[in-house]
Each structure stands twice: as C-alpha cells, then as structure tokens.
Ligand binder design. Structure first.
Ligand code: SAM
Length: 371
C-alpha cells in the first residue's frame, strides 16, 4: 500500500465491523507519528486493527474495549509470543473434526437449498448448516484442548475470522439476508491468524472505558467511541455494538445463553440492558447531548499528553457541542477530515470549516489534542 508515510505501513487483520478504522489507519498513524509517542492507549479497540498497527510500528500498546471478543483479539495479536508453526497443528486438528449438531446449529444454521430459512423455526440464519456443524464441533473441542488464555485467544480469533468469511449477513448479526450470500456456500476453514512479533510488552484490558482509564497512563490515547445519531426521530439508525456482534460474544463465552427475536440475540444484548452511554442519542436536562458529555468526561480523565479522537459527523448541533468540549480539554493541534472516496486527508483551516462540513453525514474527522 502506497501511503507517503514516514514508515512502512503495517498489515492488520480483522472481522467486518461497523466503524472499523481500516481505511483511516494510514491517517491515524501519520497523526500519531507527529507526537512521537512511546506508548499508546487504544481505548475503544473493536477489531484491534489500530492496536495491531501501533504495535507493529514499535509503540507499546494498551488496548481496551467493552466487548469480550475484542479482548480475545487483543490477546491474540498483542500478547502472543509463540511462533505461527506452534498453532498450525492445533488448527489442522480443529479443521479435521467431523461435523456435529449442537447449540449453534440449532439456533443459527440454515439449510443451503432454497431460501435462507430453517425448517425448524422459519427464521433466517447467518450461516449454512454444514458450517454451524463445524462450529459446534470446533467450539466444543477448543475447551478440551488445555490451552492457556493467550493460546485459546489465538484459536478463538482464528475461528471468528473464519466464520466472518462464510456469513450470510450485511456485516452484522442483528438481521440476516433473505437469500444465501455466495460466500456462505464456502466451507468453514480456520487459518493461523496473522501473528507478529513485538519487542514491547503490551497490555490488554476489557471493560468500560471509564474504569480502564483510571489505570492507564500513556503518551498518546486514541479514542474511537461509537457515535449515536443525533436524529431523535431515528434512534434505530444507531449502531449498537453489543447487539450487532452478539454472536462473537457467544462464541467466545460458549455459554449457550437464552436468546430472543428473529436474529436470536443474547438476552443480555436487549436495548434496556446493553446500551453504551456513547450510543445515547438524547440530550440531558441542560440541553447537552449525553454522548458528547461522555466524551467531555473521557477527555478530562485521560492520563495522556496527547489524544487523537475519531469523530464521525452526525449533524451540526453535535459538532458545535463537540468543539466546545475539545477546546476545554486542551489545545487542538490538528483537525483532519478524511474523504473516503478520494482516500485523502484534508487539514481543516478553521474551526468553522469543520463545523460547517460536519453537517454532512458520514464524514470522518480526526482531532489531535494536546492536554
Ligand atoms: C467505532 S468502534 C471502534 C472500532 C475500532 N477502532 C476498529 O477499528 O475496529 C467503537 C467501539 O467502542 C466499544 N465501546 C462502546 N462503549 C464502550 C465503553 N463504554 N467502554 C469501552 N468500549 C466501548 C464498542 O464495543 C466498539 O468496539
């Protein structure tokens, strides 16, 4: 990949993910390079692609996310010390297991012939039955292999990446396609993840950012929180991470939870139980967006000299609100707007520039702030 960067652009690996920063990576790395950090905190790590890139450049990385499966990815890429070959045998063994009917097949496996709806319950399914049968066999076996936490994370990451390759979804698990996607006919096949060596001792946290932040001190913090739509008439336009990716949680925990609805989401991902404050689209009593207020608190509590904040535009009001709190948090050194189509990053000349621009939906901004 040609990027014009001052360093080699590292490859990363991850699932399809709403808000994944894969395309923004070169720009994030370039901004980080400006302040030459030794340590970086990736507070909303998601797929961990940003963490993987930071680690390969040579920074010490601390990753965190509220999702348990993100921790698994973090342990796999940031904590593993073993060679790829060590895992080859385990992965071959798992790929060779005979198919088996189990909990995943019962809930998420559909018949490949005809329409994507199972004969058992009439609901659409995210995977074809031959692949959920593989999943049932492999997931059960993983618990019997006597692996340590990092080894198990490498193998679970491999399983999730493989399932992501044969899904019949639009990239999330809140609804499934009417017709089988072409890739869902492919056979589930695990590969050893793209492991790399790190000189630095990285750390992986899993939990609410406000808890983790108390214990993390770094030179730079990168924050990519979810952004709720500020259109109060359209709350469903929100991306709700725990609901969208419930299946990765269930595969990691293997806890056969109670499920509900057509997509068979875990009960603990219902709207009342699992909403992140950053996904909140409403205002509080003093007319401030609750999500923006959470970012204000986040910036104030961050123990890092520099912060890079990702922001996806969602309307003028939020942008104005956000600008106020960014100014209070410190000095805005740089604002970059990323145009996905042209894959260019433009420096914003004035504050009004970006507030005006932020009225347009789906624009990506990066703010570099010095505290
Ligand atoms: C926009 S995504 C991050 C994407 C990530 N940068 C990537 O490239 O994959 C936002 C992430 O914030 C996480 N999240 C939501 N609320 C959180 C909270 N209170 N504390 C920590 N993480 C949270 C979600 O699980 C989600 O992975």
């Amino acid at each position: 990949m040609k990027t014009g960067l001052a360093f080699e652009f590292p490859a990363t690996e991850g699932i399809k993910y709403a808000g994944s920063k894969l395309k923004l990576l070169p720009h994030i790395l370039q901004l980080a390079h400006k302040v030459k950090p030794k340590s970086v905190f990736d507070g909303f790590a998601g797929t961990t692609r940003v963490s993987q890139a930071f680690a390969q450049i040579g920074y010490k990385v601390i990753s965190n996310d509220i999702s348990v499966w993100s921790k698994v990815f973090g342990l796999c890429y940031l904590k593993n010390k073993k060679d790829k070959n060590y895992y080859r045998e385990i992965i071959n063994h798992l790929n060779a297991l005979p198919e088996k009917d189990g909990w995943f097949t019962e809930n998420y496996g559909g018949l490949p012939n005809g329409k994507n709806s199972s004969e058992t319950d009439g609901f659409k399914k995210p995977w074809q039955i031959q692949n959920t049968r593989k999943l049932d066999a492999i997931r059960e076996e993983i618990d019997c292999l006597n692996l340590d936490e990092v080894e198990k994370s490498v193998v679970l990451t491999s399983l999730i990446l493989a399932l992501d390759q044969v899904d019949s979804t639009l990239g999330h698990y809140a609804a499934y396609l009417n017709e089988w996607s072409p890739r869902s006919f492919n056979k589930l096949k695990l590969k050893v993840p793209r492991l790399f060596e790190s000189e630095k001792e990285h750390e992986v946290f899993s939990g609410d950012i406000f808890k983790t932040i108390e214990n993390v001190k770094t030179d730079l913090a990168y924050f990519d929180p979810p952004y709720g739509s500020n259109n109060e008439k359209m709350p469903p336009s929100r991306v709700r991470y725990s609901a969208y990716y419930h299946l990765w949680t269930t595969i990691v925990l293997n806890d056969k939870p109670e499920v509900f609805g057509k997509a068979k989401r875990r009960n603990d991902t219902s709207d009342t139980l699992a909403s992140s404050v950053f996904e909140e689209f409403r205002k509080n009593g003093s007319e401030k967006f609750i999500a923006v207020e959470a970012i204000e608190k986040l910036l104030a509590k961050t123990q890092a000299k520099h912060i890079i904040l990702s922001y996806s535009s969602g309307g003028r009001a939020t942008a104005e609100n956000l600008y106020e709190i960014l100014e209070q948090a410190g000095k805005i050194i740089d604002v970059q707007k990323v145009n996905y189509r042209q894959n260019v990053m433009a420096a914003m000349r004035s504050t009004n520039d970006w507030i005006r621009e932020a009225e347009k939906p789906n624009q990506e901004y990066l703010f570099l702030i010095e505290k």
